[in-house]
Ligand binder design. Structure first.
Ligand code: CP3
Length: 344
């Protein structure tokens, strides 16, 4: 058997009796060893910008669970930070960014060289790749322009994205310009991650849900298509995974994006629909409700089995339908992985 990581074989279109497995937010507060390093680093951002410690927490879940892929430890909000917004994480309140972006602050963004400013992230990629065995893949990532823009415009996590739709209709050209800048910066950032050693990249569009079609197409599908195309043109061997959360059957529009290789599905998506409509076009990744991993036991195994059965004859990557939450018992994660890998 070649050393080609199982994840990359699946992204290249190869089905597998036991799918490769990794989990969104596999590194994080649910792991005691993460909490230890996080305390040593100081703040969450200090951890993101410390290549030795960030690489260490990237590798922790691989050591503990022997997962098929590591995902770079960083955050989607490092791009706004590199563009000059002040960023902090208030304990229990999620991220805060200041000042909120206005047409005046936008001007300074174009000239910012995110690849220069985010150099520690690429060092984390290099250190992690060096510490990872050749049969494991390293996934780089960025936020999708729309999701990143929502944080930049609201200064925090949105409770109700309808205010942004209103903003978009009133100031569409400004938001379009912001998304266009983020698209360019994200392309530079992901290519630099690939050059530092990332084997594949994933784009998280966590706030794509609930947008009416023409808006979704303009702010999410088209920018992601441009990112996928630019990456494939510059680095043809790097697979691109899109995770458009909450878009329902509009996921088919993302699957039709020529230069992407896989679509991450969220926990609200009917997996049978994904099997019929996405699998003919692209590798499917994920789906299992992270709350089932909090619950554990037979309910978790029964649902995991549903995904395994549905996707047994097509390329599939086992993952969740969103990230692991801090209250997840690590033993449930171990049980899930053991269940996926058992002979059947
Ligand atoms: O998946 C991984 O293990 C890799 C690392 C990773 C983090 N964030 C680490 C993190 C990845 C891929 C992300 C992506 C991310 N960040 C997204 C997209 C995915 C999603 O969850 O929808 C978003 C929207 C963000 C923005 C963000 N970062 C929020 C809203 C928060 C606060 C929420 C919370 O859990 O407190 C963060 C902080 C964050 N990013 C943490 C981690 C481990 C927790 C920070 C801590 O240790 O205190």
């Amino acid at each position: 058997m070649s050393d080609t990581p199982k994840l990359l074989r699946s992204l290249a279109g190869e089905p597998s009796a036991i799918p490769p497995i990794w989990l969104m937010r596999q590194a994080g507060r649910y792991l005691p060893e993460y909490r230890e390093v996080r305390a040593q680093a100081g703040s969450f951002l200090d951890l993101c910008y410390n290549p030795e410690l960030a690489s260490e927490v990237t590798l922790q879940p691989i050591r503990r669970y022997d997962l098929d892929a590591a995902i770079l430890f960083a955050d989607i909000l490092l791009i706004p930070h590199a563009l000059g917004q002040k960023l902090w994480f208030a304990e229990g309140h999620g991220p805060r960014l200041e000042p909120v972006v206005t047409p005046e602050t936008l001007k300074s963004f174009r000239d910012r060289d995110v690849v220069d400013i985010l150099a520690p992230v690429f060092e984390t990629v290099r250190l992690t790749r060096a510490g990872l065995s050749p049969d494991k893949a390293l996934i780089g990532f960025a936020g999708a322009p729309w999701t990143v823009a929502t944080y930049m415009l609201a200064g925090r996590s949105l409770k109700d994205p309808s205010s942004l739709r209103e903003h978009y209709y009133k100031a569409g050209s400004f938001i379009t310009e912001l998304i266009d800048i983020l698209t360019d910066k994200t392309i530079d950032y992901l290519i630099a991650q690939i050059d530092a050693g990332a084997d594949a990249v994933q784009l998280f569009d966590s706030w794509a849900g609930g947008l009416p079609w023409p808006v979704l197409d303009a702010v999410s599908v088209r920018p992601l298509e441009r990112i996928a195309r630019s990456i494939k043109t510059a680095r043809p061997n790097a697979p691109v995974i899109l995770f458009p959360k909450g878009v329902g059957e509009k996921a088919g529009e993302y699957a039709a994006v020529k230069h992407c290789d896989a679509i991450g599905i969220d926990y609200a998506m009917d997996p049978s629909w994904a099997r019929s409509n996405i699998s003919p076009l692209k590798t499917v990744q994920g789906g299992l409700d992270p709350m089932l991993v909090v619950a554990g036991g037979r309910a978790m195994e029964r649902e995991a089995e549903t995904y395994l059965k549905l996707f047994h004859d097509v390329p599939y990557i086992f993952n969740l339908g969103h990230g692991l939450t801090p209250d997840t018992p690590p033993a449930h994660v171990a049980a899930l992985i053991e269940f996926i890998r058992q002979d059947r």
